[in-house]
Design a protein around this ligand. Structure first.
Ligand code: BGC
Length: 674
């Protein structure tokens, strides 16, 4: 090892326990160690430049927000996007990218859902793993965050998340457990306490669980400002307090003199900082800029293309007919909300081409008109909306005369942002009003939504022919949208979170916490597990998304390899005349169990290009993990003998194939049953 704790003085060791001067740097100890620059974030590089004395954000390519990347259900998309972002990190000498975030979307109100992948732990973990592998393949470290149970933004610095052990393991830790297999260089602890103790000083979860049980041997960094007591944090093995805390050195040296921690405890954290420096230096041969901005932009577009979800397509209103007369309504079509607010926000590099221009290029024979107006910006309340109503007139006239209308609406990034939650799942009154009025005059209305999480559409969805969930699609969003709307590319995204009918159907409803504690009373029944267990109708289920192609599923076969290992084979045929990609999903149900289990749990998925008329055989692997639950009595993941059903679906509520199997492990591994 190049650097050893013993080569540093006590003072230097204390200095290494926090950042340096500005917000995003580690302490290089006057050249003894490399300065490591840490930068957000999950959908592009957000480099806070302080070199001129005035802080500004350098421009970089904005990739689709994680909500969109995840809706692609493509580990390939996540990997390639990781490579693209890391390439820009290399160019800017950034050592560690502060991403990905794998917190579970427990409530659709969470202001930060746009930065997270899913309500399902397996899916979130697999996507994060691919992203980490992509970033780190370029010699740039990652920070898997926010560990853990940061599932709301309301009072995120203080509100306690009270979670039972089984839910913690099966739902909230599982994505971390899976993503950790990609060996992220760092893990970021969250602001909130979990079960009464701040995560920054939660010894049981940081030292006991993350390090000793899950085997994480990298650096634990605090979220920015998450440390309340540096000594307790150190004893919990939190290595690096961020951002720079001018009091840190004094606090640590006084506490050390008072015998509150040992040099051995300090050295443990110091070594982790030194190891990070070494990783950075050893990765230098990988740290080569290989992509041009144009190549990065095409990665961004490819991710958006795979992550856009077609939710409604009555009478095949989409794709747009080649010679159609189309009017586009809404100022978001000109200035899209291309990413969310907060630390993930990226200053995009290229000027975004208006949707109308992109569509004219994709459909040269069509007549594409645009009526932007002040439909979105500025109007958040119903009173505001009334003020803007008169500007609808022109748009309505144009819509009435056109073959179809495309209405682009959404939430701005002051609504979907960290440190605050949404108060409603509905769009602003003005957006809803605009949709209703336009669709009243032209039934062939397609609504394009730019948002970071589920939207309650009941007020208007029955009146429109089409709905496209674009999410926050990065700076190539309009190019990508034009390809999807024109049919140049077949939509293939599917939702990685349930869109409930209303917020009232969600387990935590509209409660925004109480500035003190929030008990996760629904336990393991999160997301589709909840709606399934209550037999609740939803607007769009987990895993749902339409295509211009049609797929038929057949021939499910289970090949037993061992008592808990199975190779699954099934066929998917594209019975349409359009090439398309299909996301197929495999769920498992434990038919009888001594503990409560969800009606189904996602255990595998596959995304495959299937050309028109082609039939493909898909294979996926199931293993003990696919059948296990976390037994709090045995303190481990446990597979209970008995019958399991295996479902293959086009969504969680569109099951196409079913089979069953029986697991008979040695009785000695099992609890007694009656
Ligand atoms: C966010 C982190 C982010 C950090 C640094 C915090 O407010 O919660 O996700 O990485 O700031 O910008």
């Amino acid at each position: 090892m190049k650097y050893k704790a013993s080569d540093f003085t006590l003072e230097e060791k204390f200095q290494l326990m926090t950042g340096y001067a500005h917000g995003m740097q580690t302490n290089g100890l006057q050249g003894k160690l490399p300065f490591l620059w840490l930068s957000d974030g999950p959908n592009g590089l957000r480099y806070l430049d302080t070199s001129t004395g005035v802080m500004f954000t350098r421009k970089s390519i904005s990739y689709p927000a994680p909500v969109v990347m995840a809706n692609s259900w493509s580990t390939d998309v996540l990997y390639k996007t990781g490579v693209g972002i890391a390439d820009e990190c290399v160019e800017n000498d950034v050592a560690v990218l502060l991403a990905p975030g794998v917190n579970i979307k427990r409530t659709p109100l969470c202001g930060r859902n746009l930065e997270y992948y899913s309500e399902d732990p397996y899916l979130a973990g697999m996507l994060a793993k691919a992203f980490i592998e992509g970033v780190q393949s370029k010699g740039v470290g990652t920070s898997l965050k926010h560990f853990c149970c940061n599932n709301r933004e309301f009072d995120r610095m203080a509100q306690n998340s009270e979670v039972d052990e089984r839910s913690l393991r099966e739902i909230y830790l599982r994505p971390f457990e899976i993503a950790l297999t990609a060996k992220p260089w760092t893990v970021m602890c969250s602001y909130n306490p979990v079960n009464g103790v701040y995560m920054s000083e939660n010894k049981k979860y940081l030292k006991g669980l993350l390090r000793e049980e899950l085997g994480f041997d990298g650096l634990i960094v605090s979220d920015w400002g998450a440390v309340h007591n540096r000594v307790k944090a150190l004893k919990a093995t939190l290595d690096l307090e961020m951002p720079y805390n001018a009091q840190s050195e004094r606090i640590l040296s006084e506490a050390y003199a008072a015998g509150q921690f040992t040099e051995e405890e300090l050295d443990f954290c110091v070594e982790n900082v030194l190891r990070l420096c070494e990783k950075f230096e050893e990765a230098k041969p990988l740290r080569k800029k290989t992509l041009s901005d144009e190549q990065r932009l095409s990665i961004s577009k490819a991710a958006a293309l795979e992550g856009i979800v077609l939710l409604k397509n009555e009478g095949n209103v989409l794709p747009i007919q080649k010679n159609a007369r189309v009017v586009i309504v809404g100022d978001l079509a000109e200035s899209p909300v291309y990413n969310g607010g907060g630390s993930s926000r990226v200053e995009n590099k290229h000027k975004i081409t208006p949707l109308a221009e992109c569509l004219r290029e994709a459909l040269p024979k069509a007549q594409i008109d645009m009526e932007s107006g002040q439909y979105f910006t500025g109007a958040q309340t119903r009173d505001d909306a009334v003020m803007f109503m008169h500007t609808f007139k022109k748009a309505i006239e144009k819509a009435e005369a056109a073959d179809m209308a495309i209405v682009v609406v959404g939430n701005n990034n002051a609504v979907e942002i960290e440190a605050t939650d949404r108060y409603t799942l509905r769009l602003t009154p003005l957006c809803e009003e605009m949709i209703k009025r336009i669709s009243a005059y032209n039934r062939n209305t397609v609504v394009v939504i730019e948002a970071g999480s589920a939207i309650d559409m009941r007020a208007w969805i029955d009146g429109v022919a089409g709905v496209v969930f674009a999410g926050f699609g990065g700076e190539a969003i309009n190019d990508a949208l034009a390809d999807i709307l024109s049919g140049k590319v077949c939509p293939s995204g599917k939702l990685t979170e349930t869109f409930p009918l209303s917020v009232e159907d969600t387990p935590s409803k509209t409660e925004l916490g109480n500035s003190f504690t929030e008990r996760y009373a629904e336990g393991i029944m999160v997301g589709y597990r909840w709606y399934d267990s209550r037999n609740l109708d939803v607007l769009f289920p987990f895993g749902y998304g339409l295509s211009y192609a049609q797929f038929e599923y057949s021939d499910l076969r289970l090949e037993k390899q061992s008592e808990t290992d199975y190779l699954l084979r099934y066929k998917i045929k594209n019975v349409s005349n359009v090439d398309g990609k299909e996301v197929s999903q495999v769920y498992v149900q434990d038919v009888f169990s001594m503990v409560e289990r969800p009606k189904k749990e996602l255990v595998a998925f596959s995304k495959d290009l299937i050309r028109a008329g082609e039939e493909k055989e898909i294979t996926v692997q199931l293993s003990a993990d696919s059948f296990a639950y976390y037994s709090v009595s045995f303190d481990k993941w446990y597979v209970e003998n008995g019958k399991f059903k295996v479902f293959v679906g086009a969504s969680s509520r569109d099951i196409r194939l079913e089979a069953s199997l029986v697991i008979q492990l040695d009785e000695a591994t099992q609890q007694s049953t009656r």
